[in-house]
Every structure is written in C-alpha cells, then in structure tokens.
Unconditional design. Sequence first.
Length: 189
Amino acid sequence: MNNPTEAYPGSIFSLTDHEIFVVTARSDGRDSGQIATWIVPATLVPDRPRVAVVISQQNFTHSLLAVSGRFVLNLLSDEQHELLPRFGLRSTREQNKFDGMEISRSPEGIAVVPGTCGWAECRVVSSLDLGDRIIYAADITAQEIYPGRRPLRKREAFALQPPDILEKLEEKHRIDGARDSAFIRNFGY
Ligand SMILES: Cc1cc2nc3c(=O)[nH]c(=O)nc-3n(C[C@H](O)[C@H](O)[C@H](O)COP(=O)(O)O)c2cc1C
C-alpha cells in the first residue's frame, strides 16, 4: 500500500520522512488539535525563531488558529504513534480529541500535549492563501524541549498502525485530496 500521506507518489517527496507534529489552537474557549507534517524552520536568525506551516482551511483547528493568530507545535515522540489516528483521522467537529489526556497549557493558554519531544508556541506574522491550503509564517514566542526523546517520523508511525487504521487513513487521504482538487482548481493559478 502507498503511504497514505504521500503527497506526490513517485516524486522526490516520496523519499522524505517528515517528523509528526500535533498543531494545537484555542479560540473562544474551544480547543482543537490536528496532525501536521508540512512544518519547517523559516529563518537563520537565532533571536527571531520563525516557522512556516502549511494548513488546510477545512480543518477545525485552522478555524481556531485563524481567529486567534496563535498555535502550538507539539513534536511527537517515537512512543506516540497512537496519537496519529486520534489527531489525524477525525475532526474536533466530531469528537473532543483531548478526552482522557492530561494536557498542560502554553503561556497563551493553548493545549500542550504530554509525552512529546517538546513544543513551541507561535504567533502568526503572515499568511499566503493558495486555495487548498494556507501557508502561515509564525514567530516562536515560547518553547520547551524535553531531552532524551526521539521524534516520531511518518514511515515509523505508519508501520506501527493496525491494518484497519491504515485503511481509514488511506481513505481520508483520498477524500481530502479530491476535496482539495476542487479548491486548487478554483483558485485561479
Ligand atoms: C500523517 C499526517 C500528516 C498530516 N499533515 C497535515 C498537514 O501538514 N497540514 C494539514 O492541514 N493537515 C494535515 N493532516 C490532516 C489533519 O491532521 C486532519 O485532516 C485532521 O483530522 C484535522 O482535524 P481538525 O478538523 O480537528 O482540525 C495530516 C494527517 C496525517 C495523518
């Protein structure tokens, strides 16, 4: 089976193996979190740490992030592969993904996932709407690293999922791709 999150099968990106994050956001008393892998550092300037994050406008987490202009990147550790379906398969519109989880809060009150390699709270400074996705540039305003833990990566995370979950991830990937296909075509470029 193809890796269900492979954006372009057969391309150079099929050779990459991204770290897995949970992006959390909060607005109007509501919390949400989603899996994200399209996240990279975006400056070399050490005293102005900045990231670029690619997010779907259709995600509930995005609706909170867009209002608050803030989010937290939680870098999952290699022992957290069960969090992939919890945060990546369904939407907060359908269920509270933090149920039974002892979260803490970042300085701005955003949910911080326990057991990760670390987290970074970010403030949006700019965005670029591409129709199917928005690229956010954001400054890191607070962060914590927990030494001795190894980041979870896509290949390992998928290898550890049971077959029924893999099937569901693949189906969601297909449905999201079809949805995004309409958005990108209507965008005009
Ligand atoms: C491995 C993996 C990587 C993902 N990467 C991203 C990503 O970089 N950006 C994004 O917007 N969604 C990404 N998703 C999809 C969201 O996590 C998913 O649609 C989630 O259910 C949205 O939840 P929400 O509606 O509660 O925000 C990814 C999903 C998986 C399984």
